[in-house]
Structures are given as structure tokens and as C-alpha cells.
Ligand binder design. Structure first.
Ligand code: FE2
Length: 348
């Protein structure tokens, strides 16, 4: 992400803060309403939704983008002077980190509580899930019997030696999956799983989730761990280099033991030092509405968090699944433990 997008002068300009005036101002607020969003999501869908929110409410949305870790760093450095009103990130682990670093404030909203299932939002209202993704197993339909895999643990069986494709443990999606395993089954079982996957890897971890899917298409490995929206996007793609993978990939929704499929969210929370709290909550409420949930689903192939809103047809084709109902607050809380266990297991 371009660091220059984060320059303060541009933001100050966007905010249009008036210069201090010697004469007393009337108490009634005047001027345009606005909300400043810090995000590391860079999807066209988000821009479309922000524009729709502005058109509906008259509230201008100023978007500041940065890398995932950079965005929290920036807020921490700015402290009380931070112009950020809403923080949006992918992964509940990172939102949990933002909460524990004191970068968010609790907010209550009946709309958000009704639209976002309780396991997909912070119990104290510091953040709310806005889109959901499942961490699933993509498999080569020509070589794998789908009934042979029901759990993530099944991938550690000897039959999958040299067959498993997965990205680096430095990635937060893997860290959150392992954190969920720690939460359910304890650190020993989680570490054993990580060691079992390392033993069965088709190659040393490289690239992102889409690269694992493309590797399946090239015949490197037969099973891959990936987030659902990458598969949805692959299935919707006309790009020639993606067609081989598209043709042979099936999807399994594995369970953590009996607990269901690991899910994660992109979500948002009101910044600790927000100057536009009302507008911030209004934006989060809008993003949880039917209209925005459908936009996320169709535009970015993410699962809606709001019950009753349909997923994209590319994902519906793979069937439904039972999601793990673990409160995602655990992902942030156990992130450091997960990183340590990956290290011990030799998953680079
Ligand atoms: Fe992603």
C-alpha cells in the first residue's frame, strides 16, 4: 500500500478543519458531516458502499488506506490527535489487537446487535464483524475423494504426505485458525496439528491463498487451505491463467473437531479518539444492512454476517456449512500463542 496515501496534509485538507476564530461560534454544529475511515482493505466494493452511504446520509467518507500493521501503528502514534473515526480491518485477530492496544472504544447500537451474530462481534462492543469468510480446503476433484476429509486434522494423516498446500504462518489467517484450535483443544493439540501439516506440505510455504489454488491447477499438491472468497473470486474469473485451477477445484468445509468450520471476519470499530462518533456508528450500521451485505457478497465474494442475506452464487454452489460458534474475540487473545506454536512446529 502506498504510504503517501497516509500523509496528514491530505487528510487535514479532506477534513476541512476550520482555522480557530477569535469570535465565539454558535453552539449549534454547522458544516458538512463527515467520517474518517482507516482501512487496509483495498476493494472496489468498499468504495462503492462508502459512496452509497454518503448518498443516503449526506455524510462524507474520507478513506485513508495503509498496510495492515501500519494502520494500527499509525493510530497508536497519533494518539489523542488521531483523526481516525472508524477502523476497518480484515481478521478478528487484528481487531482484538487494536482493542488491547487501546485504539478502539466500546459502542452500542441496537442495529449492529441485531444484524451481527454475537460470535462475530466483540462481547463489549469494541468491534463488529461486517463480512465473513470461511477457511476451507480446496481439493483437486480428479484426485481426491471429498468424503476422505472432514476435519482440519484429517490433513495431518499420512495419506496426505507431500500433498498439502498452504501459505506461511506469518499470515494472520493461519494464525487465527491455529488460535481457534488452541481455544477449543488446547496448545498441545494445536501444536501437533501444525507439526502434522508441516510434515505433509507439498512445498515450503510461498505466496498467498490464491497461489495455493493456482498450484492445485498446476498439479502441485492435491489439497490447499484457503479463504472462501479467494475461491469465489477464482470461480468468477475469466482470466486464462486461472481456468485450469477453476476446472478442477472442489471445496470441503472442514470442522475443528466437532466444532464446525473456522470462520473469520472483516470488521470495524469506533476509534478511541473519534471526533465523529455518531457518524462512525451510522457508517457501521449501514455496512451491516441488507444493501451493504449484498454488496460485500456479490462484489467481493465474502459471506454476509447478517442472517438471511444470500451469499454469492459462486459460493452457494459449494453448499452450506456449520460454522464454528467460538467468539472471535479469542483470535486476538490467543494470537501470540499461535505465533509461538507455529515457530515451535517449524512452519515458517
Ligand atoms: Fe485476504
Amino acid at each position: 500500500m502506498n504510504r503517501s496515501l497516509f500523509l496528514m496534509p491530505a487528510l487535514a485538507l479532506a477534513c476541512g478543519d476550520p482555522a480557530p476564530s477569535p469570535t465565539p461560534e454558535p453552539a449549534v454544529p454547522v458544516g458538512p458531516r463527515e467520517v474518517n475511515v482507516y482501512t487496509h482493505r483495498h476493494y472496489d466494493t468498499d468504495k462503492v458502499l462508502f459512496d452509497a452511504f454518503s448518498a443516503k446520509t449526506g455524510i462524507t467518507v474520507n478513506v485513508i488506506m495503509a498496510d495492515d500493521d501500519e494502520v494500527l501503528e499509525r493510530m497508536a502514534q497519533e494518539g489523542v490527535n488521531s483523526p481516525c473515526d472508524v477502523l476497518i480491518t480484515a481478521d478478528a485477530g487484528r481487531l482484538g489487537l487494536a482493542k488491547s492496544r487501546g485504539l478502539l472504544q466500546a459502542s452500542t447500537s441496537k442495529v449492529l446487535q441485531a444484524n451481527v451474530p454475537s460470535s462475530l462481534r466483540d462481547p463489549e462492543g469494541y468491534w463488529y464483524g461486517l463480512t465473513m469468510r470461511a477457511r476451507v480446503i480446496a481439493y483437486n476433484k480428479e484426485k481426491v475423494e471429498p468424503g476422505s476429509i472432514n476435519t482440519y486434522a484429517d490433513l495431518t494423516k499420512p495419506q496426505w504426505k507431500g500433498e498439502v498446500l498452504v501459505r506461511s504462518s506469518e499470515n494472520v489467517y493461519n494464525q487465527s485458525l491455529l488460535a481457534a484450535m488452541i481455544a477449543h483443544d488446547g496448545p498441545e493439540a494445536a501444536k501437533a496439528w501444525a507439526q502434522g501439516i508441516v510434515k505433509n506440505m507439498a512445498r515450503a510455504p510461498q505466496g498467498g491463498d490464491t497461489d495455493q489454488l493456482l498450484a492445485l491447477g498446476e498439479g502441485i499438491g492435491t489439497v490447499a487451505i484457503a479463504n472462501s472468497y479467494y475461491i469465489g473470486k477464482l470461480m468468477a474469473s475469466d482470466e486464462p491463467e486461472k481456468q485450469k485451477a477453476k476446472a478442477i477445484i472442489g471445496v470441503i468445509f472442514p470442522s475443528i473437531g466437532v466444532h464446525g468450520t473456522h470462520v473469520n471476519i472483516s470488521g470495524g470499530g469506533v476509534a478511541k479518539h473519534a471526533k465523529h462518533v455518531e457518524e462512525a456508528i451510522a457508517l457501521l450500521e449501514f455496512l451491516s444492512s441488507d444493501e451493504a451485505q449484498t454488496g460485500f457478497a456479490e462484489g467481493n465474494k465474502e459471506y454476509p454476517v447478517k442472517p438471511g442475506v444470500a451469499a454469492a452464487k459462486e459460493l452457494e454452489a459449494f453448499g452450506s456449512f456449520q460454522r464454528d460458534s467460538l467468539n472471535l474475540e479469542a483470535l486476538g487473545r490467543l494470537n501470540a500463542d499461535a505465533v509461538k506454536l507455529f515457530d515451535e512446529a517449524g512452519w515458517r
